[in-house]
Write a protein that binds this ligand. Structure first.
Ligand code: SF4
Length: 253
């Protein structure tokens, strides 16, 4: 039995962060518990009932037709698009999601629109196929830890960390541009971890974003959190300088 499908009236949109995005799935089986901001918004606006409903993803069945129309119409000037802000383009256990994501990237590239991809799943090596995709796409994974117990607790449905990194490395070795999104970075009361092995594991990337944990009382209630984050940010900056990685630090508070 295939995935549930829904139809939408529009697909491409300008996000509150200023860039263009596409979310061709409603919900996400990864079920992150940081909590997931996208889930909180979907619940607030009545698009999903609860966490269980959120973890039952629905594919946007008319996504390709909508996108073709929008790229030839009011969004013809758009030159870059992010996948995804409110779902995951390579959702674990849902090959239909990954297949549609690839079709969307292909369609965007055919219209000279570059893509930035971010996943907690496995980036397929097919993205390196130059007969299908342009050379300027940016391929990224989210990675807040290397500890699988942490992943099982906070990102229960997402791909194991080692597999995420291996897939990203394969794309890097195939000549693709890569980035890592280290967020939400946990404070020591959530997990004691050393930042250095985490940075080493992704030292091949072109771009690194690092950011604190928000929306969680276990973190925000800790008085020393800001001091901790400032010290960790220094480690990230130094590492990126030494390895010549393009570095971006989120707001520390
Ligand atoms: S992968 Fe992203 S969209 Fe999916 S549950 Fe986790 S935070 Fe939310």
């Amino acid at each position: 039995m295939g995935m549930e499908r829904i139809n939408r009236k529009s697909l491409l949109y300008r996000s509150g962060l200023g860039f263009f995005g596409i979310n061709h799935v409603q919900g996400c089986s990864h079920g992150c518990r940081y909590p997931c901001y996208a889930f909180m918004m979907a619940k607030h606006y009545g698009r999903v009932r609860d966490a269980c409903d959120w973890r039952r993803p629905r594919l946007v069945g008319n996504a390709l037709a909508l996108l073709e129309r929008e790229l030839n119409g009011k969004f013809r000037a758009v030159r870059s698009v992010h996948l995804c802000l409110t779902t995951d383009p390579f959702m674990v256990g849902y090959p239909e999601v990954g297949a549609l994501s690839l079709e969307i990237v292909e369609l965007l590239n055919r219209h000279d629109v570059t893509c930035s991809l971010l996943t907690k799943g496995i980036l397929p090596i097919a993205l390196a196929d130059r007969s299908r995709f342009g050379a300027d796409n940016d391929h990224g994974i989210s990675l807040a830890s290397l500890d699988e117990d942490f992943r099982r607790r906070w990102e229960p449905g997402a791909a194991p960390y080692a597999e995420r990194i291996a897939a990203l490395r394969r794309l890097h070795e195939a000549g693709c541009r890569t980035h890592v999104h280290i967020e939400p970075y946990p404070t020591p009361n959530i997990i004691e971890q050393d930042l250095s092995p985490l940075l080493e594991a992704v030292s091949f990337v072109d771009h690194l974003f690092w950011g604190r944990w928000n929306y969680n009382a276990s973190v925000t209630a800790v008085h020393s959190a800001n001091t901790f984050y400032r010290a960790q940010a220094q480690i990230v900056r130094r590492f990126c300088r030494q390895r010549r990685i393009d570095c971006e630090i989120g707001s520390i508070g």
